[in-house]
Design a protein around this ligand. Structure first.
Ligand code: GAP
Length: 537
C-alpha cells in the first residue's frame, strides 16, 4: 500500500486531508488526477447500471434526512461496532480489528521474528537484553516481567515434553501465533500500540450527530446519513408515481455517506466520509432469490470488465450470524487489497424490511399495485451496495505494475482506457520548433472535443512517456519534424501513437487520427498495429 500512497501523493491522485495542519487521519482529498479517476468509476457505474438498462432510474437524495428515518431503519438502535480502549496509551480500537492491527504492529512483528528463529534465547533477549521489547511494547506483560515459568507451563500443556531444550521449553516456537501471544501477553486482548491490556468491548454508535439551525441547543437533531439507501426507500412512492415503473425495477444513487468509524485506516479503504454507489432493486416477493443471484453475477462480472484481474476478486457468502438485521442473504465481493481480502461491495436481499418499517414509522403506505393479481403488495428489495472510494482504490492497486525496461524500472498504471484520468497526451518532440508546438497544441484542442487530452513539453520525450505511464495514460501522440516538414523534406502529416501497455508505436496520418484513436480506445491496438506496422517498440 505504501507505494500506492506515495504515487497518489506525488502524482496528484489522493492527498491527506488538511495536510498543512498535520492531517486528519480519516479523510482524504482527491487531487487533479484522482478526481478524474473517481469520476470515471462513478460514470461507468452509472452508465452500466442506470443508463443502459430499462429497469432502472436514478436519484440524488439529500444527505440530511428527518431523524425518524434513522429510527425506522434501525440505525439509531443498532448501528454500532464493538470498541475497546487501552487505559495505558488512550488508543481506541474496533474490537474485531484489534487482531489485524496487532499483527501489523512493529512490536508484534519484531517479537514474531524472534519467535520464528525457534531459539528462546532470542525471545528472551527481545524482552530483556536488546531492549527492543521495552521500546516497542513497554506495557506488554512479557516485557515488564518475562515469565518463562508460565511459558513453560503452557508449552508443557500443549505439547508433551519428550526432552528438554536448553531452556526446558520444548516446541514453543511451533505454537500458532495467537497461542504464543496468549502466552507472552497474558491475554489475547493486548493493545496493538503499547502492549497494554485492553478494556472489555462495548458498543459504539457509528452515527455522526448534527444539529440543524443557528442555535445548537434548539436545532433539529439528526445525523449525517450512514448509507445512501434510506434516501431511496423514503422516495419509493415518489419515484414510482413519477416514473410509472413496473416491478421489477431499481433506483440507483451515488452519494456521500458518513460513519464514525472507530478505526479508519488502510488509506481510503475505511474512512469516516466516503461515497457509496447503491441500487435498491424492487421485485415481487417470491422472485427475490432469483433476482438476488442475478445481481450477484452481474456485479461480480462488472469489475473485471474494467480491468480488475479475476484472481484478485472473489465472492464471500455471509454466515447466518453475520447477516445484518434486515438481510435474508448477503454475498460480498471481496478484493485482494494489499492488506488482504476485504469487502469491495455487498449484495443483500433486504426483503420488505425497509419499506415496511418506513410505512409503520411515517404512517404512509409504501406499496405497489400488482395489475395481474389486483392486489397491493410490498416489494422485496435486492441491494447491490458498492463503495466509490474502495472501487477506485481497487482499480488503482490492480493497475499498479513495476517492470524493468532496458535496465530501468518502469512504473506503469495499466488502467482501462475508460478509467484512465488522461486518455491522450500530445507531446512535441522538439519544444523549440514552433511549427511542431503549434501543430501539437492544435491537435490537443481537437482531440479534447472527444477525449480528455493534455499537452506536455516539460521534459525530454523519454521522460514524458514515463510520466504518462505512471499516471496510466493509455496513449501518447507525438508530433515530430516529419509531421510538419522542414527544408529537407515536406510534411508527411503523420504522427506517432504510442501504446502504454506494449510501448509499441505506430505512425498514422492526421486525417485518420481520430478514427484510429477510437479503435485503440476500444481495445483494438493489435489490429491497428498490424494495419499500420510497428515503427518502434
Ligand atoms: N446500504 C448497505 C450498506 O451500506 P455496507 O456494507 O455497510 O452496506 C456498502 O456498505 C459499501 O460501502 C461497502 O462495501 C464499502 O465499499 C463502502 N463502505 C462502507 N463503509 C465504508 C467506509 N468506512 N469507508 C469507505 N467505504 C465504505
Amino acid at each position: 500500500m505504501d507505494k500506492i500512497v506515495s504515487l497518489s501523493k506525488r502524482r496528484g491522485f489522493i492527498f491527506q486531508s488538511s495536510e498543512i495542519y498535520g492531517g486528519l487521519g480519516s479523510a482524504w482529498d482527491y487531487g487533479p488526477l484522482g478526481v478524474e479517476l473517481k469520476n470515471n468509476v462513478k460514470r461507468l457505474w452509472w452508465r452500466d447500471n442506470v443508463q443502459l438498462r430499462d429497469d432502472m432510474v436514478g436519484l440524488d437524495a439529500a444527505i440530511t434526512m428527518h431523524p425518524r428515518v434513522w429510527e425506522a431503519s434501525g440505525h439509531v438502535a443498532s448501528f454500532s461496532d464493538p470498541f475497546t480502549g487501552c487505559p495505558n496509551c488512550g488508543r481506541h480500537y474496533r474490537a474485531d480489528h484489534v487482531e489485524e492491527a496487532r499483527r501489523n504492529s512493529k512490536w508484534w512483528q519484531s517479537l514474531k521474528e524472534a519467535k520464528d528463529t525457534g531459539r528462546w534465547a532470542e525471545v528472551e533477549r527481545w524482552a530483556k537484553s536488546d531492549k527492543a521489547g521495552k521500546k516497542l511494547a513497554p506495557n506488554l506483560a512479557f516485557v515488564r516481567n518475562p515469565d518463562f515459568g508460565k511459558i513453560r507451563a503452557v508449552g508443557d500443556n500443549l505439547t508433551p515434553v519428550s526432552g528438554p531444550t536448553a531452556y526446558g521449553m520444548p516446541n514453543l516456537a511451533s505454537l500458532p501465533d495467537e497461542m504464543f501471544l496468549d502466552v507472552v501477553a497474558d491475554s489475547k486482548l493486548v493493545c496493538p500500540n503499547c502492549g497494554g491490556k485492553l478494556s472489555d468491548p462495548k458498543p459504539a454508535s457509528l452515527m455522526l450527530k448534527i444539529a440543524l439551525g443557528p442555535v445548537e441547543e434548539t436545532g433539529t437533531r439528526t445525523y449525517l446519513r450512514p448509507e445512501t439507501a434510506q434516501g431511496i426507500f423514503v422516495n419509493f412512492d415518489n419515484v414510482l408515481q413519477a416514473s410509472r415503473k413496473k416491478l421489477p425495477f431499481g433506483i440507483a444513487q451515488i452519494g456521500k455517506a458518513f460513519r464514525n468509524e472507530i478505526t479508519p485506516g488502510n488509506f481510503t479503504f475505511r474512512t469516516r466520509e466516503f461515497e457509496q454507489m447503491e441500487i435498491e432493486f424492487f421485485v415481487l416477493p417470491g422472485t427475490d432469490e432469483e433476482w438476488h443471484q442475478k445481481w450477484i453475477d452481474e456485479r461480480f462480472a462488472w469489475y473485471p470488465r474494467y480491468g480488475i484481474r479475476k484472481e484478485n476478486i472473489r465472492l464471500r457468502e455471509h454466515e447466518k450470524d453475520e447477516l445484518a438485521h434486515y438481510a435474508k442473504r448477503t454475498a460480498d465481493i471481496e478484493y485482494l487489497f494489499p492488506m488482504g481480502w476485504s469487502e469491495l461491495e455487498g449484495i443483500a436481499n433486504r426483503t420488505d424490511y425497509d419499506l415496511k418499517q418506513h410505512a409503520e414509522y411515517s404512517g404512509k403506505a409504501l406499496e405497489y399495485f400488482d395489475e395481474e393479481t389486483k392486489q397491493k403488495i410490498i416489494p422485496y428489495v435486492i441491494e447491490p451496495s458498492a463503495g466509490a472510494d474502495r472501487s477506485t482504490l481497487a482499480f488503482l492497486v490492480d493497475a499498479y505494475h513495476e517492470e524493468e525496461v532496458r535496465g530501468e524500472k518502469r512504473v506503469v498504471l495499466k488502467l482501462h482506457p475508460e478509467l484512465a484520468p488522461i486518455k491522450i497526451a500530445v507531446l512535441p518532440l522538439l519544444k523549440k520548433n514552433d511549427q511542431i508546438v503549434k501543430t501539437a497544441k492544435k491537435l490537443t484542442a481537437d482531440l479534447r472535443k472527444r477525449w480528455y487530452a493534455v499537452y506536455d513539453d516539460t521534459a525530454s520525450i523519454g521522460r514524458l512517456y514515463r510520466r504518462q505511464d505512471e499516471v496510466g495514460t493509455p496513449f501518447c501522440v507525438t508530433v515530430d519534424v516529419q509531421t510538419v516538414g522542414d527544408e529537407k523534406a515536406p510534411a508527411d502529416d503523420k504522427v506517432t501513437i504510442r501504446d502504454r501497455n506494449t510501448m509499441e508505436q505506430v505512425r498514422v496520418s492526421l486525417a485518420t487520427l481520430e478514427s484510429t484513436m477510437q479503435k485503440v480506445m476500444d481495445g483494438k491496438w493489435a489490429e491497428v498495429a498490424q494495419e499500420h506496422g510497428i515503427v518502434r517498440a
